[in-house]
Design a protein around this ligand. Structure first.
Ligand code: ADP
Length: 606
């Protein structure tokens, strides 16, 4: 695939869009998950505040109830009475255990404790002075008061409720205080996913789910703050310090960074002032969870976008590939068309060439035909010449001999030797016979080939033939065996010419076996389909392969006295009949086969 600048631009744009979209999704996810975390934190804050308020409310009225006790009022009226003190000590001890508070104690107007629920303990409050505590001087001034602080004697944090105690005359003569432990609500906070703490108005942590934050300040510890805290001795001797706190906002949600378990954590921070208690409740939730969820959601969005992008890419690529393939196909089609056009032009050229060649061939053929006709003519002339030469030889020889015999006969007649003259005349006659025989042969050969053929019954024909060859057979002392089936169909031939063929074959066979031991000649005939095959077989020396091809040629002979015309004439006769003549080596001997068409029944009847 070619990388074009357009494609690079598209990919860059797609990447940019992806980054922007993922960035947007990340902000949305962060805002959403932080808002959810904030909502949860606010719910937790409400619950925590309510629980704390409910916890403190249980003790709020206790000092006033006890202050109204007759015995308590009598004690502040007669503070030095040891009997009353002992009685009130027991009363306070008893009430303290019943209501589950930390301590209950009564002070006279100088702040000295004259009765306490913990009177029996070594660190008892009896004799201690708490005039510096706001809850003392507020109550001494006639108001029900409350205060939370670290106990100066016990070192235990508590929430103090106080009320003035009036003597029998109705004057404020003492203060009664109930100290409530704060460990229980604080312990309930631990182990939850929220980090909870309570600060005083100066920002110092008084209660905390994280012990390390206790007595730390989330605001700068200014001298005024320190002075105010020192006056009330709220934290007794505890060392105060500033906590490392920084605030920020993320997606509109306020975050507070604080160090917990040795590491800085960003928290979704909520706070609520509890005016009745005089403190502020803070509930924090580590933002890491929300941010992790936001990151997972963002990753999901990014993944989905990547998948969509990848799918888009695949679609685009596939379309590009299809377009490429179409273009390729169009190109291939154009190529093909061009090649077809080229081939067509080539073919047209070849065709024109061929036509020209055909015309040339035709001309050549015509020439050849003319040449062939010429050759045939020449051949015929040659054959004629050959034949003439052979003929003149064949005839001149006996003629010359006859002339010699005639000359001798004349001389013998002159001498009166009649017997020898007659003998010579006999020789002359035999020579004339020979010349006559050549003439007959040639006459037969020259007979018109296309004579009408007729059905010939072989047995009858053979009877005549046997008579003709009887003399030659007797001379050779040969036996002619006939082997003809009785139902042999007639053959289509000319009777005289077929006889000439058979005479030729039998005579040649007789020539071949002359002087040999096996002098049988077999003439058999068989019908097969629409053909009849006649075989003439001898047991002579056979025909040497070297001359087998030539024996059907005119004037070919191996015999001193032969004309060499017999087989040549026979060959032409059989050809005229529509048959054929062939030679086969019979071992021993030769076998000539003449195949002729059988006469059809209709023809045979005619
Ligand atoms: P001619 O008999 O006058 O020689 P043919 O044409 O009849 O002429 O025969 C040609 C030659 O074929 C013969 O000279 C002979 O050599 C050969 N031939 C023909 N018949 C036979 C046969 N039955 N056995 C051996 N040779 C044969």
């Amino acid at each position: 695939m070619r990388i074009t600048s357009r494609r690079i631009l598209a990919i860059a744009l797609g990447g940019l869009l992806l980054v922007l979209a993922v960035g947007h999704a990340e902000r949305q996810a962060r805002a959403s998950y932080l808002a959810k975390a904030k909502a949860r934190t606010e719910t937790a804050l409400g619950l925590t505040t309510n629980a704390l308020a409910a916890y403190l409310a249980r003790y709020e009225v206790t000092p006033q109830l006890l202050a109204d006790f007759e015995a308590v009022r009598l004690l502040v009226t007669f503070p030095a009475d040891p009997v009353r003190r002992a009685a009130i000590n027991r009363l306070l001890e008893d009430r303290n255990s019943v209501i589950g508070s930390s301590d209950i104690y009564i002070m006279q107007m100088n702040g000295e404790t004259i009765a306490a629920s913990n009177h029996a303990r070594p660190d008892s409050f009896i004799g201690q002075t708490f005039s510096y505590r706001p809850y003392f001087f507020d109550a001494a001034a006639g108001k029900a008061a409350r205060f939370y602080a670290l106990g100066t004697t016990s070192g235990v944090r508590g929430y103090y409720f106080s009320a003035p105690v009036r003597d029998l005359a109705g004057r404020i003569a003492g203060v009664i205080a109930v100290k409530v432990g704060v460990d229980a609500p604080e312990a309930a906070w631990r182990g939850s996913e929220f980090r909870i703490f309570v600060t005083d108005p100066e920002g110092i942590v008084f209660l905390s789910s994280e012990p390390e934050w206790l007595y730390g300040s989330i605001q700068p510890l200014t001298t005024e703050r320190l002075a105010r805290t020192a006056a009330s001795r709220r934290y007794s001797d505890a060392a105060l310090r500033e906590l490392s706190v920084s605030t920020s906002t993320s997606a509109g949600v306020p975050l507070m960074r604080m160090i917990a378990n040795g590491a800085a954590h960003d928290h979704v921070a909520t706070a609520q002032v509890m005016p009745s208690a005089g403190w502020t409740v803070h509930v924090l939730l580590d933002s890491a969870g929300a941010l992790t969820e936001a990151r997972i959601a963002t990753a999901g969005v990014a993944l989905a976008l990547c998948l969509i992008g990848a799918a888009g890419l695949v679609v685009v690529q596939r379309r590009a590939r299809v377009a490429e393939r179409l273009a390729f196909a169009a190109q291939a089609k154009a190529d093909l068309e061009r090649r077809v056009a080229e081939r067509t032009a080539d073919l047209a050229r070849v065709n024109a060439h061929l036509e020209q060649e055909v015309a040339e061939r035709k001309a050549t053929e015509a020439e050849l035909r003319a040449a062939q006709a010429n050759l045939v003519r020449v051949g015929k002339l040659a054959a004629l010449g050959q034949m003439s030469a052979a003929l003149s030889h064949e005839i001149n020889q006996p003629l010359a001999a006859a002339r010699n015999y005639a000359d001798s006969a004349a001389i013998l007649l002159d001498r009166g030797d009649l017997a020898r003259a007659r003998e010579n005349i006999g020789l002359i006659l035999s020579l004339i016979d020979r010349i006559g025989a050549i003439g007959r042969h040639l006459r037969n050969a020259a007979r018109k080939p296309n004579q009408r053929l007729s059905p010939i019954a072989l047995p009858a024909l053979l009877e005549e033939t046997q008579v003709i060859v009887a003399g030659r057979l007797a001379a050779a002392d040969a036996v002619l065996e006939l082997d003809l089936p009785p139902d042999l169909p007639p053959v289509m031939a000319g009777a005289t010419r077929l006889q000439q063929v058979l005479v030729n074959l039998v005579t040649n066979a007789a020539d071949a076996i002359e002087g040999l031991t096996d002098r049988r000649i077999t003439l058999s005939a068989r019908a097969s389909g629409d053909r009849v095959t006649i075989r003439v077989r001898d047991r002579g020396p056979g025909v040497a392969p070297a001359i087998a091809e030539r024996i059907f040629d005119p004037f070919f002979t191996t015999k001193g006295v032969g004309l060499g015309l017999g087989l040549s004439i026979s060959y032409n006769i059989v050809k005229d009949f529509g048959g054929e003549i062939t030679l086969r080596a019979a071992d021993p001997g030769a076998e000539f086969t003449v195949t002729l068409p059988a006469a059809l029944p209709a023809e045979a009847a005619a």
